[in-house]
Design a protein around this ligand. Sequence first.
Ligand code: GUN
Length: 285
Amino acid sequence: MATVISGKELSASMKAEMAEQVKAFPAKYGRVPHLVVVLVGDDPASVSYVTGKAKASAEVGIRNTTLRRSAEISEEELLALIDELNADDEVDGILVQLPLPRHIDEQKVIAAIRREKDVDGFHPLNVARLWLKEPCTLPCTPKGILRMLQRAGVEIAGKRAVVIGRSNIVGLPVAKLLLDANATVTIAHSRTQNLPSVTREADILVVAIGKPRFVTVDMVRPGAVVIDVGVNRDPQTGKLCGDVDYAAVEPIASVITPVPGGVGPMTIACLMENTIECFLKRQAK
Ligand code: GUN
């Protein structure tokens, strides 16, 4: 039986602490942090993530503006909107929900956001600073994962960590954070040969590939720590499920995260933290 790390509980306590902190801001700074979320199109998963971000902002006392734009918006129009938000002194954080429609260059849009307002930590300068170990805004999901490991008292230094997935949003940055915490890190992906033999080496297994129940019990070393980043619809039941076959893996893992209620809420809590950090840095200037 594994220890189950509840991201729902941990994120609730983080949000309660932040709410206390934010309460003091109007007297101190004359206003509260302001996060602007831009949603292009109406992809149901993106709509649901954006709603979650607005709800968390309300809980913490952060001002949230969600700007919805049609999927037909041109790249030029979207870049003009980012420019406007960059110039607005009352906007502390800008988040453009990904993915964007194919006719828009995502990297161009991300790079257009002022680094100081990049609450996602996706701006090329923030990414560079992460890889150079310079102070930077950390991407929310990797940051949340490290928090969960800390909370569960998982020792990282010297351990073998395997990350399945090499995305800019999760796989690459979480591998870097684990490396900085002195794990020996392997990044596995769709072209990895004999994946089970690689994943069975893991003391810490982070799975971020977006395939329902992809990680089966034979791929996990007994006693491993298993972090499931997946948010998928079960093709049979239509319910949310992770990238890990939870029912089979939980009995042999030492620590595991559930889906839903695991990494997802931690991502949002870390977004709130990043928004407060960006706000405070701007106040200090
Ligand atoms: N789409 C999926 N995850 C994320 C995220 O963390 N940030 C943004 N902007 N879009 C996403």
